[in-house]
Write a protein that binds this ligand. Structure first.
Ligand SMILES: *Cc1c(COP(=O)(O)O)cnc(C)c1O
Length: 390
């Protein structure tokens, strides 16, 4: 018999009843150190007091109004994001997938309005842009698309790390290039800075729009507010979600005035997108995370975690291959099944997230205390030892 909850996930037998900072408390009282942070969502930890206060204050006044009206919280968050990024304009969504939908529509409408329609959007193998029919078509992974056709046409998935294949595909028919500066689901794979710069240059040459998916790697995760800043480039359109709400469902599409020029009144909408609750929380998260001192501390913590992980790899050469990633978006490439290690970590009271390419993902809260970083690596060490003993 089918479960009352549609069985699309294989879930661990854990039910958390409370969160505090980097810790989650299970119904039976056990405490777990959360190095997944809801898959990079709880960017400021669980039940962050400043966010609880912001959400509660807003909840007492106004939860929802239609986008038929002005929404000052939405305006304030858009102003803040425009102030701190390349963007001139912002649309708010409730998830990352919805940002993919709008990014695709925006890019195609741009070319349609120019009178020279272009449809092809180049993406990269290992990409993840969400689970809508457009987003799975964009990623092009056999695992995600099987059985769901016919899919939205127009995507061309290129091999990862093969710039010759990219240059060969890049001609005057390409509408846009869509890329994660650091692949998350794909196994914590940063795109080399010189490749990002080459993609930007190719877009400039052909007119194609550059869409960056920073749903997982953005909002301070890599130690800059957005990951593309490391490469010294800017996109035309950027997808943001996960961390921006700190746990409240919120996403945003940021764009230049030029890229957004086709999106006039009536071309897109969302009932919940940009609601006062989400935007009030998002503004608080954005204010905290964009502070240069906060970002410097993310980089410092990242250095600490990375150094300890390198030590872990050295101590367990039969279990771990290497550390990769940027900032507090780190991956341990494993030599044993990452699912076995995830389970052993859980037994040691540590939550990590498997990713493709046999990688264990570490995406802690950006304000994780140093002591918790040490504790996490000790628990990983215990998990590795346990797996090796089997
Ligand atoms: C999670 C994710 C998405 C999809 O976001 P949802 O909120 O699950 O819809 C899109 N792109 C990337 C890079 C992601 O990590």
């Amino acid at each position: 018999m089918i479960t009352t909850v549609l069985p699309t996930y294989s879930r661990a037998p854990l039910s958390f009843v409370k969160g505090e900072g980097s810790w989650l408390v299970e119904a039976d009282g056990r405490r777990f150190l959360d190095m997944g942070a809801g898959i990079a969502v709880n960017a400021l930890g669980h039940a962050n007091p400043a966010l609880v206060q912001t959400l509660t204050d807003q909840a007492q006044n106004l939860w929802h109004v239609s986008n038929l009206y002005q929404i000052p919280q939405q305006q304030a968050l858009a102003d803040a994001l425009v102030d701190k990024t390349f963007a001139d304009t912002v649309f708010f969504t409730n998830s990352g997938t919805e940002t993919a939908e709008l990014a695709i529509k925006m890019a195609r409408k741009y070319w349609y309005d120019k009178g020279t329609p272009r449809e092809t959007i180049l993406t990269f193998e290992g990409a993840f842009h969400g689970r809508s029919t457009a987003a799975i078509a964009a990623a092009g992974s056999e695992k995600m698309i099987k059985g769901f056709g016919p899919l939205m046409p127009g995507f061309k998935t290129l091999p990862w790390g093969n710039m010759a294949a990219f240059e060969a595909a890049m001609d005057d028919t390409v509408c846009a290039v869509m890329v994660e500066p650091v692949q998350g689901e794909g196994g914590i794979r940063p795109m080399p800075e010189e490749d990002l710069r080459a993609i930007r240059a190719a877009c400039d040459r052909t007119g194609a729009l550059l869409i960056l998916d920073e749903v997982q790697c953005g909002m301070g995760r890599t130690g800059k507010l957005f990951a593309h800043e490391w490469a010294g480039i800017a996109p035309d359109i950027m997808m943001v979600a996960k961390g921006i709400g700190g746990g409240f469902p919120l996403g945003a599409v940021l764009a230049t005035e030029n890229a957004a020029s086709g999106m006039v009144a009536g071309t897109h909408g969302s009932t919940y997108g940009g609601n006062p609750l989400g935007c009030a929380v998002g503004l608080k998260v954005t204010e905290i995370v964009s502070d240069p001192d906060f970002l410097a501390d993310v980089s410092r913590k990242a250095g600490l975690l990375r150094q300890k992980l390198e030590g872990l790899v050295a101590a367990h050469p039969d279990t771990f291959d290497s550390v990769r990633g940027m900032g507090l978006m780190l991956g341990l490439k494993c030599k044993r099944p990452n699912t076995d290690l995830t389970a052993a970590a859980r037994d040691a009271g540590l939550l990590v997230v498997p990713a493709a390419d046999n990688v264990l993902r570490l995406l802690p809260a950006l304000n994780i205390p140093d002591a918790d970083i040490g504790e996490a690596v000790q628990r990983l060490d215990a998990a590795a030892t346990a797996v090796e003993g089997k």
